[in-house]
Design a protein around this ligand. Structure first.
Ligand SMILES: Cc1ncc(COP(=O)(O)O)c(C=O)c1O
Length: 443
């Protein structure tokens, strides 16, 4: 965590000509002949001016196939929290790859990781390991239904819980409850209801209406997919109380917030402990790993295999080694990395708002720092999904594109991620780039 800037060097001249993307564009054209849409996940196809092909990533920096360098705030869409190619993670992974990559048996490091997860995440008394957020959410909801003998799940508009059929609704500009992709049967959504988040009356009403059909309420306890939106004071406590009274389970999807906003995730920050929780992204600093878990009596259903959970690659040596190494670093020095990310995130948010105001734009930025969100909004703040939808997302996408030309890579929808590898110099450079990009926003 030095303040010396990129470990790869810095763009030679900040006012350089607009970079070219010929190599990325050529690879994208070539990729579309073999890889559907030229990408491996739908979200990446929206990057402009072209989905980037990255040649190398180190610390907070990326280099693309054209040799353009970027301060990276995409961070692998959230998993990278210690910076790219962190040496401790890389060497743990190299050792695991050479010794215990995929054995299809238990191994010591897996137990060590489970013990640490149970020690750090308040809800976890027992865990199971998975590979992705989507598969761990799927397992948690199956368990919730098995434990309650009920089927109905309540989710919230704008909260994303993965791409699987049974939860993919209420995240796009479509009426909640509808399938969001071709091929998703309406019947897969028969047992899920989407309601507004952060609205106490709505929560009370839906839980009363659902009665003894309600298996679980699942939420991002700090909404991160459609804006980074904290819960209103008392909202999580209310959800906790109402679900308990209804004999239903409270499930926190901490795929983004887990290990990112604090070691114990949003449940640690807000002091509300769900029955079940899911963590993923930041746990492995970019290697595929997730976990779900919760109260021991509930997890007994998984332990006994009455609620089946499986996966060939679960607990694989490389992913587990990456997670243990990531936790070693994240938890070291009393979590100093979090203070660093919070301070830099705050500085960045303040700077973004100031630079935008100087350019005659109203930008709103909010979040705990290691992750935050930015919107162009003509008035007001963002406390709900409706507020989020009021923003000028087209202008923001243009800003993201202009920022790429300035050597700063951001997610085109507004979310920013930081790592412990970002420096004050990176932030200063980013703010200068933002100033220049804002000037060209309507060009
Ligand atoms: C809150 C949340 N839950 C679940 C998922 C799905 O995780 P994955 O993409 O690893 O399947 C995501 C992915 O972004 C997420 O943000």
């Amino acid at each position: 965590m030095t303040d010396t800037g990129s470990s790869m060097g810095t763009p030679s001249d900040p006012s350089r000509d607009r970079p070219t993307y010929a190599a990325s564009a050529a690879l994208y054209t070539r990729a579309r002949e073999s890889l559907a849409g030229g990408v491996s996940t739908a979200f990446r196809m929206f990057e402009r001016p072209v989905p980037l092909f990255v040649r190398e990533a180190s610390g907070a920096w990326l280099v693309d196939e054209d040799g353009n360098e970027y301060v990276d705030y995409v961070c692998g869409y959230g998993p990278v929290i210690l910076g790219h190619a962190h040496p401790a993670v890389a060497s743990a992974v190299a050792h695991a790859a050479a010794t215990i990559q995929q054995v299809g048996a238990q191994h010591r490091a897996e137990v060590e990781l489970a013990e640490r997860l149970c020690a750090v995440v308040p809800a976890f008394e027992r865990v199971r390991l998975g590979l992705t957020g989507s598969d761990a959410v799927h397992a948690a909801l199956r368990l919730a239904r098995a434990a309650t003998g009920r089927s109905l799940v309540v989710k919230f508009a704008g909260h994303y819980h993965g791409w699987l059929d049974s939860v993919l609704t209420g995240t796009a500009h479509l009426p909640p409850g509808l399938p969001e992709t071709a091929g998703q049967p309406l019947s897969a959504l028969a047992d899920i209801v989407v309601v507004d988040w952060n609205d106490e009356d709505v929560l009370r009403r839906i839980i009363v209406d659902a009665g003894d059909r309600l298996a679980a309420v699942i939420m991002e306890p700090m909404a991160c997919n459609a804006g980074v939106i904290p819960p209103r004071a008392g909202y999580l406590e209310l959800a906790r109380e109402l679900t308990s009274n209804a004999g239903a389970l409270l499930v926190f999807d901490e795929v983004i917030t887990g290990f990112r906003v604090a070691p114990g995730g949003a449940q640690e920050v807000f002091g509300v402990v769900p029955d079940l929780a899911v963590v993923a992204k930041a746990l492995g600093n970019g290697f595929p790993i997730s976990a779900f878990g919760g109260r021991a009596d509930l997890m007994e259903l998984v332990a006994s295999n009455r609620a089946m959970h499986a996966g060939t690659f679960n607990g694989g040596g490389v992913s587990v080694a990456a997670a243990n190494a990531t936790l070693d670093v994240l938890l070291a020095e009393d979590g100093a990395g979090y203070a660093h990310m919070r301070a830099l995130g705050l500085r960045l948010m303040e700077g973004l708002v100031e630079r935008a105001a100087a350019a005659g734009r109203r930008l709103v930025a909010q979040g705990p720092g290691p992750v935050f969100y930015t919107w162009f909004l003509s008035d007001g703040g963002v406390e709900s999904y409706r507020d989020h939808l009021r923003a000028d997302s087209a202008a923001y996408a243009r800003l993201a594109e202009q920022l790429a030309h300035e050597g700063v890579r951001v997610i085109p929808t507004g979310r920013w991620y930081l790592t412990t590898a970002h420096t004050g110099a990176d932030v200063d450079r980013t703010l200068d780039a933002v100033e220049r990009a804002l000037l060209r926003l309507d060009a």
